[in-house]
Design a protein around this ligand. Structure first.
Ligand SMILES: [Zn+2]
Length: 485
């Protein structure tokens, strides 16, 4: 038998250095790693499994709502990128350029797509002639490159994976409804699958996607009190349609421009998952997204054969209902494996040793206890009841994580009447601060300068009455501010 590894890698305490803790978890849970290309990460299989979970769930939702997958070129001719003025201005500083093919200098530079409106809309101009060709509801799963100066694994990388939806519609109302439909799909993904509560609404003009009329957004609050943008859905109006000449002949025989949308979530969600749920032991995964919902660790001793056989049998029985990993490696001690799978966030661990076997039971350990404290919560479960008990605990864990995040978010959301009150709130209870706003850019700038926070989201349902927190004029909307990733 090979020498057993007994010492598990340690990670820094979360509340001592949140940033260092984050990176250590991403690396040591084997989600991602640095590469020889600065700012570009490798996503390791365990991290990719999380992305596949997100993809699989979304793919089903998108197809159920009439969307189809397609694919468009990696490269965008410079002249195309320049056609929509705001768009090119917004993305120009971050574009990577292809200038040569082999040794030959290209007559026109090609942008590595930072997003694909400028290559997809020209295709729509070819494909759309009449109102009968509408709507077009498609998306592509791909990667894009945005040349970032400061990068962090998953949260900000020069290349990231995403899907980008691009839809074309006959009317403004239809395009707007599409944006809201997608926003709701994203909200369901965040809250029901990833167990991360979100605020939804629209961005103020200063934070809109370059070229959009309206950007719908989902904003989550992380345990360090900073907000993170979890997804966006853009109503592009007719801006890109006009820039690329995408017209159709309507039933009234009048030629009109289409209305378009684009929307995305990215591999940033994996960073969000780490931040939202992790603790001093490492990653904590909500059961619905966990690649392994249960890990079985046999405690080998005198009666190895029987324990292994029982573990395999259990993995098979339970595996018909939930995602199970049997860790029967003999090169690591059980103690090492416990730490390892806790670090990697597996929701439930089952231990089977000779004594458990004799008593026809297993020892079950939840990754977090009911109060979410990270303390070990052990119980024994009769072998013939394991499936039912595990399914119940997985459902409980899923609900508890969302409830924990919601309680944190709510206790870290303050309503402020003045800018001074905002400054105080952000010091005392870092998180969201909700204020009334007159919609003037000057008032926004005052808040940014004095608080260091940015406007995250304008809620759609809540109407503001009263006066702007900065200038005292009548307020038009509520805005949630926060410091942000
Ligand atoms: Zn104002």
């Amino acid at each position: 038998m090979a020498t057993q590894r007994d010492t598990a890698p340690q990670i820094p305490k979360r509340d001592t250095d949140f940033s260092e803790w984050y990176t250590a978890v991403a690396l040591r849970a084997e989600l991602a790693d640095y590469t020889p290309v600065r700012g570009f990460m490798a996503i390791r299989p365990y991290g990719y499994a999380l992305w596949e979970g997100i993809q699989t769930w979304l793919d089903r939702k998108f197809k159920e709502t009439g969307h189809v997958n397609a694919y468009f070129p990696l490269l965008v001719p410079e002249s195309y990128l320049q056609k929509e003025a705001e768009h090119v201005e917004g993305f120009a500083p971050q574009v990577a350029w292809v200038t040569h093919g082999g040794d030959e200098k290209l007559s026109e530079r090609l942008a590595i797509r930072p997003t694909s409106e400028a290559i997809i809309l020209p295709m729509y101009a070819k494909w759309i002639q009449s109102y009968r060709d509408l709507p077009i509801l498609l998306l592509q799963w791909n990667s894009v490159v945005r040349w970032e100066k400061a990068t962090r694994l998953f949260l900000r990388t020069a290349e990231f994976l995403w899907h980008e939806g691009h839809t074309a519609h006959r009317t403004s109302e239809e395009a707007d409804a599409e944006c809201r439909l997608i926003l709701n799909i994203y909200r369901e993904l965040l809250e029901d699958v990833l167990a991360i509560p979100v605020l939804t609404g629209i961005k103020p003009p200063s934070e809109r996607f370059a070229g959009a009329d309206t950007t719908y957004t989902l904003e989550a609050l992380m345990p360090d009190g900073q907000a993170i943008q979890a997804g966006t859905s853009h109503f592009l109006g007719q801006n890109f349609a006009k820039a690329f000449g995408v017209k159709f002949l309507d039933s009234d025989n009048v030629e009109k421009y289409i209305w378009s949308t684009s929307w995305a979530v990215t591999t940033r969600l994996i960073g969000t998952l780490i931040l939202a749920h992790g603790d001093d032991k490492g990653l904590v995964l909500p059961p619905r997204i966990a690649p392994h919902q249960v890990v079985i660790v046999p405690i080998l001793g005198k009666d190895d054969g029987a324990v292994l056989a029982a573990s395999r049998e259990l993995a098979k029985t339970l595996g018909a209902h939930v995602r199970v990993k049997l860790d029967d490696r003999d090169t690591y001690t059980p103690g090492w494996k416990f730490n390892e799978w806790e670090l990697r966030g597996v929701p439930v661990r089952l231990e089977i040793g000779p004594r458990d076997l004799a008593a026809r039971q297993v020892t079950l350990v939840r990754r977090i206890d009911a109060r979410g404290s990270g303390r070990v919560a052990k119980q024994t479960v009769p072998i013939d009841q394991v499936t039912a008990v595990v399914e119940k605990i997985l459902a409980d864990l899923q609900a508890e994580l969302l409830a924990r995040g919601t309680a944190f978010r709510d206790s870290h959301t303050t309503t402020a009447e003045t800018v001074d009150a905002m400054v105080k709130a952000l010091q005392d209870t870092p998180g969201f601060v909700k204020v009334r706003w007159c919609e003037s850019p000057e008032c926004e700038q005052t808040i940014r300068t004095k608080t260091g926070a940015s406007p995250r989201v304008i809620p759609l349902e809540e109407r503001a009455s009263g006066s702007c927190a900065v200038c005292g004029r009548p307020a038009k909307v509520w805005v949630y501010y926060a410091r942000a990733y």
